[in-house]
Design a protein around this ligand. Structure first.
Ligand SMILES: [Zn+2]
Length: 217
C-alpha cells in the first residue's frame, strides 16, 4: 500500500513561492547589469581617493582631499625632449645635483661653447617618484622588466636620484662631452647611453670603460 504523507500533499505551494523568488532575483540581477552597462557610477568608486591606510572619516571632521600631485620642477622633472642651460638658477634638477658635478658640467659647457657647441642638460637630479615614474614607463614601453632595467635604474640605484649623474643634449654636445669631458672629470658611464655622464675620473685623466648598461652592476 502506498502511503501519501501529509507533507507531500501541500508541497505545491512552497514550490510556487520559490519559483517567484527565483524570477524576482533574476530580474533584479538583470536590472543591475543593465544599469552597470549604462554607466551608472558604482558608489564604491568614491572611496578610491582616500589615502592608503587612512582611517575612516571622523564625524564632523572635513574629508581629506588627496590628489596625485603631478610631477613638476620640485621632482627635477623635464618634459621629454626638453633641456635647460646648465647655468640656469633655482632649478632643483641642477641645485640638488652634487655641487662638484654641476661645477664640472658648467666648466665643460663653457669649453664646449668655445668650440661652437651648445650644451643643454636634459636631466639632472630626480626625485625618487620621478625615477619610479620613468621605470614604470619603461616597463610599459618594453613590456619586459629585464629590458626596462637596462635603460632605467630603480629609485634606490639611480645615480640621478643621488644627484651624481647628468644627461647632456643635444647629440653634438653629448658627442663633444664624450671626447672632451674627461678634462673636467666627466665620463660616459653606460655604453648604451651616450648622453649620460658622471664624475668618474680625476680631471685630465682617462675615463674607465663604461658599463654595458644600467642593469650591469
Ligand atoms: Zn642619465
Amino acid at each position: 500500500m502506498v502511503r501519501v504523507s501529509p507533507r507531500s500533499r501541500v508541497a505545491g505551494r512552497p514550490t510556487v513561492v520559490l519559483a517567484v523568488v527565483a524570477v524576482v532575483a533574476v530580474l533584479v540581477t538583470v536590472t543591475a547589469l543593465l544599469l552597470a552597462a549604462l554607466g551608472t557610477p558604482a558608489p564604491a568608486a568614491r572611496g578610491t581617493a582616500e589615502p592608503p591606510g587612512g582611517g575612516g572619516p571622523t564625524l564632523g571632521a572635513e574629508l581629506p582631499v588627496t590628489r596625485f600631485t603631478p610631477l613638476g620642477e620640485d621632482d627635477g622633472y623635464l618634459g621629454e625632449g626638453e633641456g635647460v642651460s646648465p647655468f640656469a638658477e633655482d632649478l632643483p634638477l641642477l641645485t640638488r645635483m652634487d655641487p662638484d658635478l654641476l661645477a664640472a658640467v658648467r666648466a665643460a659647457a663653457t669649453a664646449a661653447e668655445a668650440d661652437g657647441v651648445d650644451v643643454v642638460v636634459t636631466s639632472g637630479w630626480r626625485s625618487k617618484r620621478y625615477q619610479r615614474f620613468l621605470l614604470d614607463a619603461a616597463v610599459t614601453t618594453y613590456a619586459d622588466e629585464e629590458e626596462a632595467a637596462r635603460w632605467v635604474a630603480t629609485p634606490e640605484a639611480s645615480s640621478h636620484v643621488s644627484g651624481e649623474a647628468v644627461d647632456i643634449g643635444r647629440t653634438d654636445a653629448a658627442d663633444w662631452m664624450g671626447r672632451f669631458g674627461a678634462a673636467h672629470g666627466l665620463c660616459r658611464t653606460f655604453a648604451n647611453e651616450m648622453w649620460h655622464f658622471e664624475l668618474a675620473v680625476e680631471p685630465g685623466g682617462t675615463c674607465p670603460a663604461p658599463r654595458p648598461d644600467a642593469s650591469a652592476g
